[in-house]
Design a protein around this ligand. Structure first.
Ligand SMILES: [Fe+2]
Ligand SMILES: [Fe+2]
Length: 197
């Protein structure tokens, strides 16, 4: 590893080698996409919602593959912390799947989306507080970077912004059912981290 400097807020290059910075950025991207879906209508809402579904799916999959196993093994009380986060993620996925079956212009869509948003945000805050802070404290730059590799491989499945240097056909891939996307993401993360499932 050549990158060992301390990441700074807004330092996007640093974010690429620090799993916590990377995941915090994704939490921000998710918040912005919820805004976009809420504030748009018709085709624009449909497109924003597709991007939100995709990002949420790959983000949660990356956390399940990279962050939670680490937290379970290395943090005090990690077992219970991860159990709580996994329950929240399962509930969010169920709501997401239900929303995914709905027309985005259905009058019931927005209230359900707003309820999902509240749950997702509470979940993200719990991760930041009970996992992310401790992950930074209990590991070194090399380990943070190796975990970041896994998260970046997941993110490449759901590009929300241009990633210079990352060549991927994923950007143009049609969105399959959420579960299929999660399976593909899991494979990509495992490959990037050097264990092929
Ligand atoms: Fe999560
Ligand atoms: Fe998260």
């Amino acid at each position: 590893m050549t990158e060992t400097h301390t990441p700074q807020a807004g330092d996007d290059h640093a974010a690429d080698t620090d799993v916590v910075a990377l995941l915090m950025r994704q939490h921000g991207d998710i918040r912005n996409l919820f805004d976009e879906v809420e504030q748009s209508t018709g085709d624009a809402r449909k497109a924003a919602f597709r991007r939100l579904v995709r990002l949420l799916a790959v983000h949660e999959t990356a956390e399940e593959e990279v962050v939670h196993p680490f937290a379970r093994r290395n943090l005090p009380g990690g077992e219970q912390v991860v159990k709580d986060r996994l329950r929240e993620e399962r509930e969010a996925k169920e709501t997401l799947a239900a929303l995914d079956d709905m027309d985005t212009d259905d009058p019931k869509f927005l209230p359900r989306l707003i309820a999902l948003r509240a749950d997702v945000q509470e979940h993200a805050r719990a991760e930041e507080r009970y996992e992310f802070t401790h992950i930074r404290r209990s590991t070194d730059a090399a380990r943070l970077a190796s975990m970041a590799k896994g998260v970046k491989a997941a993110e490449a499945m759901a590009p929300t912004r241009p990633h210079p240097g990352v060549q991927s056909g994923a950007a143009n891939m049609a969105l399959g059912p959420v579960a299929a996307l999660m399976d593909r993401t899991k494979d990509a993360v495992r490959k990037a981290m050097g264990h092929d499932g």
